[in-house]
Design a protein around this ligand. Structure first.
Ligand SMILES: Nc1ncnc2c1ncn2[C@@H]1O[C@H](COP(=O)(O)OP(=O)(O)OP(=O)(O)O)[C@@H](O)[C@H]1O
Ligand SMILES: [Mg+2]
Length: 389
């Protein structure tokens, strides 16, 4: 447990502890709310953009409550059509509908004496909403195809990244159900509004993935941190986690390497980044920047920031490596790149070719090397005094 991690350690399905990292005022408020409401049986509605930790919070409420010895059951309301979801929630009798060959127990019943987490509740089909309202109010329901009423004692935590109040106005969500779910709202702030949490989160994920992949990477340069800080993080902590995971894969040695190459676009296209990979994401802009191959200064916004960060990072690692590009302890090995790849990137980023200084006064990059020095350093892969200044 890191000093900056709040004392929230819900357990995931595999039994691993999932820490909620961060100690920003925004996250502290969330944690205070969790502790306060956990003592009660009140319904909780957790809201926030995608990837902000709603599921972690839902689990934390359960873990912190007197129900923590009971079951924690999750239903994703967006994952299936209405008919299937209804039988998932309430269960069905054998023969209740075509294909119902056996009797099933619904999630409400499975969650008895525990917590039921209704994820993506904004996607709950309108026709199911009165049935959910009834069970929330009366704490009773019937299985599909059965007349027998089943009573349950369940605490409901619901989550959504949609604006339910707005949906109520548009008649896409029932007002009575909204008020019932929204007894105790907890709003998770987006990552860009609690950037104090970024360094501990980055360290946490670097450690986590380094351990998992058996890597030594542990240092994150101030330049990389600054580039991460400037990104808007539309996918919030999930996006950060994915970026760090890919960075750890690409890093060798102890220095964390911030990915900003084509891998990013394929990563996003593969859908591995979940939601939040819009056109202005770190990956996408960096990829676009690479593909057109223009100089770093041409691309405004995030891409340019990353190009700068990449350049600063390469220079910092070159410094650490005493200016040596190739070899076991050279910058290329530390960055997890082939020597030729690093040389290529250095040329592309204009390191030591005069372009590095453009728009970079004060960073030290432009002062480091002259084109002649650079060519010599790259060409020989040898110690180049200019990097050490
Ligand atoms: N404060 C945090 N500390 C550590 N990890 C976090 C934190 N917040 C979120 N995560 C991690 O980020 C990922 C996304 O979190 P989670 O699934 O809870 O997001 P969500 O808000 O439910 O997003 P969505 O609306 O897309 O479902 C998870 O892997 C989670 O463990
Ligand atoms: Mg979620």
């Amino acid at each position: 447990m890191t000093a900056s991690a709040l004392n929230m350690m819900p357990t995931d399905a595999s039994g691993a502890k999932n820490e909620l990292i961060g100690s920003s005022p925004g996250l502290r408020r969330v944690w205070d709310a969790v502790r306060m409401v956990a003592r009660t049986d009140a319904g909780v509605l957790v809201t926030g953009e995608t990837g902000t930790g709603k599921e972690l919070v839902a689990r934390a409420i359960h873990e912190e409550s007197a129900r923590n010895r009971g079951p924690y059951v999750k239903v994703n309301c967006a994952a299936m059509p209405a008919g299937l979801l209804e039988s998932e929630l309430f269960g069905h009798e054998r023969g209740a509908f075509t294909g119902a060959v056996t009797q099933t127990t619904g999630r409400f019943q499975l969650a008895n004496n525990g917590t039921l987490f209704l994820d993506e509740v904004g996607d709950l089909p309108l026709e199911l909403q009165p049935k959910l309202l009834r069970v929330l109010q009366e704490r009773e329901f019937e299985r599909l195809g059965s007349a027998r009423t089943i009573r349950v004692d369940v605490r409901i935590v619901a989550a959504t990244n949609q604006d339910l109040a707005q949906m109520v106005q548009e008649r896409r969500f029932r007002a009575d159900l909204f008020y019932r779910l929204n007894v105790f709202p907890i709003a998770l702030p987006p990552l860009r509004e609690r950037l104090e949490d970024l360094p501990p989160l980055v360290q946490h994920f670097v450690r986590k993935f380094a351990l998992r992949m058996n890597r030594e990477v542990r240092h994150v340069s101030p330049q990389v941190m600054e580039a991460l800080r400037r990104h808007p993080w539309p996918g919030n902590i999930r996006e950060l986690q994915n970026v760090i995971e890919r960075g750890v894969i690409l890093s060798s040695g102890t220095e964390f390497f911030l990915p900003s190459d084509r891998l990013g676009s394929s990563f996003a296209q593969n859908g591995l980044g979940h939601t939040g990979f819009g056109s202005n994401t770190l990956e996408h802009d960096a990829a676009a920047h690479k593909v057109d191959g223009g100089p770093a200064g041409d691309t405004p916004g995030v891409g340019r920031t990353l190009a700068e960060a990449e350049r600063d990072h390469i220079v910092a690692v070159l410094r650490q490596a005493g200016g040596v590009v190739g070899g076991r302890n050279g910058a290329a090995a530390r960055l997890g790149l082939a020597r030729t790849t690093l040389v290529y990137r250095m040329r592309k980023l204009g390191i030591g070719q005069g372009r590095g200084a453009a728009g970079h006064e004060g960073s030290g990059v432009g002062k480091l090397a002259t084109p002649a020095h650079m060519t010599a350093a790259v060409g020989r892969g040898a110690v180049e005094a200019a990097w050490l200044s």
